[in-house]
Design a protein around this ligand. Structure first.
Ligand code: CMC
Length: 426
C-alpha cells in the first residue's frame, strides 16, 4: 500500500488505499467502493481503470517503453526466438536449455490437427475471412480437447501454440484452393508455418532465411501488450471458467476489429486507395481531419502510447532491411513513410499525440513477404497467443479470482405498467 485517498460525498468521507506497482504506477483500490459508498466508478472505455494486477508486461506510454517480464522489447526483438518469448511470457522466466528443448519438442509434436477437422475447412465459402475461420476453429478445438482440468493446462497451452499455425496456414490454403501442406517437425515454429503457407505438394520448398527471421521479429513484437481489448476479453471470458480454447476464440473476435488488430489490413487498403485515387498526402490528411468524413488515419493513434510506439519504430527500421534482403520494391512503403512524415508535422496529429502504431508498418512487411492482406490479422493472432495465454493463466492461478462483472449507470425508463392490449392472438 502507498497511502490513501479520501473521497467525500453527501457529507460523508471515506478513505481508500492506494496501490503501487513495481514501476511506481499508482492506483486507487476501489474494491470496496460500492460497499462503502453506494457509488460505482463510471469509466465506459476503461481508460482509467486498472482491471487487474499483472506481472507480465510493462508499458510506459509517455516514454514509449515496452518490456516483457522486465526485458526491454528492443533487446528481446534483437536476441530472442519466438518460442523462447512464448515460454518467458507464459511461465515468467526464461527457460533453461532443457526446459526450452522440452517446450519446443511439445510444440512440434502437437502441430497436427485431427483429420476430421479438415472437413470443417471444406464447409466455408472460398472467400471466408480467415479470422472467422480462426475463431471458429479455436472454439472447435474444445470439442476435441474438452477437458477443462487445470492439471491439463500446460498440455492445452502447447496444443494451442502448436496447432494455431497449422489452422492459420490451412485457412490460407483453403482460400486459394490449394491442398493443405502438413507440418514438418524439423523446422522452427516460424519456418514450419511459412512452409505450410507457401509450399505446394509437387515442388521442393526451402524456407527462405530472410522470411523466417522477419516472421520471428513480427511474432515477438506482437506477443503481448497488457490489458488491450482482446487480452481483456480473454480475461473476461476466462473469468467465467470457460476453457482455454473458448477464451481464445473470443479474444480472436475482439482482435478482428479495425480499431484493434484489424487495423493492419486497413492500413494497406487505405494506402491502396490513396494510390488509386491519385490523391496527395495532404489532401488525404485533410479528409481525416474532417470530422464528417468518417475517415481515420489507420495505423495511427493508441490509447496508451502518447509519444511513440516502440514496436512501430522497430518495424520501420526492419522494413527497409527486409525489403532490401528480399529485393522487393513496393511503392506503398514510400507512401507510408511520406504519410507518416506529413502527419507528424500536422498540428491535428501533433496536438492529439497521434503516432504510428504497430499496425502501420507490419502490413507492408507482411505484404513483401507474400502474405495476403486478409491474413494480416491472423498473423497478429499467431503473435499474440502467448500474451493471451499468459494473462489467462495468471488470472486462473490467482486463488481469489472472481467472475468479471462490471456495473452500469442505468439511463432507461423508470418503472411503467405493461398494459394488456389483448395481443395474444397476433
Ligand atoms: N486518425 C484520426 N484521428 C484520430 C485517430 C486516427 N487514427 N486516432 C485518434 N484520433 C483522434 C480522435 O478522433 C480524438 O480526437 P478528438 O480529441 O478531437 O475527439 C483524439 O484523436 C483522441 O483519440 P481517441 O479516440 O480518444 O483515442 P482512443 O484511445 O479512444 O482510440 C485507437 C485509440 C487506436 C482506437 C484510435 O487511435 C484509432 O482508431 N486508430 C486507428 C486504428 C488503429 O490504428 N488501431 C490499431 C491500434 S494499435 C494495435 C492494437 O493494439 O490493436
Amino acid at each position: 500500500m502507498s497511502g490513501t485517498v479520501k473521497l467525500t460525498y453527501g457529507g460523508n468521507e471515506w478513505e481508500f488505499p492506494v496501490l503501487e506497482g513495481s514501476e511506481g504506477e499508482k492506483g486507487i483500490d476501489f474494491g470496496a467502493l460500492r460497499k462503502k459508498t453506494g457509488l460505482v466508478a463510471h469509466d465506459p472505455a476503461y481508460g482509467n481503470v486498472g482491471s487487474c494486477e499483472s506481472a507480465i508486461t510493462f508499458i510506459d506510454g509517455e516514454k514509449g517503453i515496452l518490456r516483457y517480464r522486465g526485458y526491454p522489447i528492443e533487446q528481446v526483438a534483437e536476441r530472442a526466438r519466438f518460442t523462447e518469448v512464448c515460454y518467458l511470457l507464459i511461465y515468467g522466466e526464461r527457460p533453461t536449455d532443457d526446459q526450452l528443448k522440452k517446450f519446443r519438442s511439445g510444440l512440434t509434436y502437437h502441430t497436427l490437427l485431427h483429420e476430421d477437422m479438415k472437413k470443417f475447412f471444406e464447409g466455408y465459402p472460398a472467400n471466408a475471412h480467415p479470422m472467422a475461420i480462426m475463431a471458429s476453429m479455436f472454439a472447435s478445438l474444445s470439442t476435441y480437447y474438452p477437458d477443462n482440468d487445470p492439471a491439463l493446462n500446460d498440455l492445452n497451452i502447447i496444443r494451442v501454440l502448436a496447432k494455431s499455425k497449422t489452422i492459420a496456414a490451412f485457412a490460407h490454403k483453403k482460400s486459394i484452393g490449394q491442398p493443405f501442406i502438413y507440418p514438418m517437425n524439423d523446422l522452427s515454429w516460424p519456418g514450419n508455418f511459412l512452409r505450410m503457407m507457401f509450399a505446394v505438394p509437387s515442388e521442393p520448398y526451402e524456407v527462405p532465411e530472410v522470411l523466417e527471421e522477419a516472421l520471428n521479429l513480427l511474432l515477438i513484437l506482437h506477443a503481448d501488450h497488457e490489458q488491450n481489448c482482446s487480452t481483456s476479453t480473454m480475461r473476461m471470458v476466462g473469468s467465467s471458467e470457460a476453457n482455454l480454447y473458448a477464451s481464445i476464440s473470443a479474444a480472436i473476435c475482439a482482435l478482428w476489429g479495425p480499431r484493434h488488430g484489424g487495423a493492419n489490413q486497413k492500413v494497406i487498403e487505405m494506402l491502396d486507395q490513396i494510390k488509386k485515387s491519385g490523391m496527395s498526402m495532404d489532401a488525404f490528411l485533410d479528409k481525416v481531419k474532417d470530422r464528417d468524413s468518417g475517415v481515420k488515419l489507420m495505423g495511427f493513434g493508441h490509447r496508451v502510447y502518447k509519444n511513440f510506439d516502440p514496436r512501430a519504430k522497430l518495424l520501420k527500421a526492419a522494413a527497409d532491411r527486409i525489403f532490401d534482403q528480399l529485393g522487393v520494391n513496393d511503392p506503398l512503403l514510400d507512401m507510408a513513410k511520406q504519410l507518416e512524415e506529413h502527419a507528424l508535422q500536422d498540428e491535428y496529429f501533433v496536438s492529439r499525440k497521434l503516432y504510428p502504431n504497430v499496425d502501420f508498418y507490419s502490413g507492408i512487411i507482411y505484404r513483401a513477404m507474400g502474405i495476403p492482406t486478409e491474413m494480416f490479422t491472423v498473423m497478429f493472432v499467431l503473435g499474440r497467443l502467448p500474451g493471451w495465454i499468459a494473462h489467462w493463466r495468471e488470472m486462473r492461478a490467482d486463488p481469489g479470482y472472481r467472475i468479471h462483472r462490471p456495473r452500469q449507470i442505468y439511463t432507461g425508463e423508470n418503472e411503467r405498467e405493461f398494459v394488456d392490449m389483448g395481443r395474444r392472438e397476433l
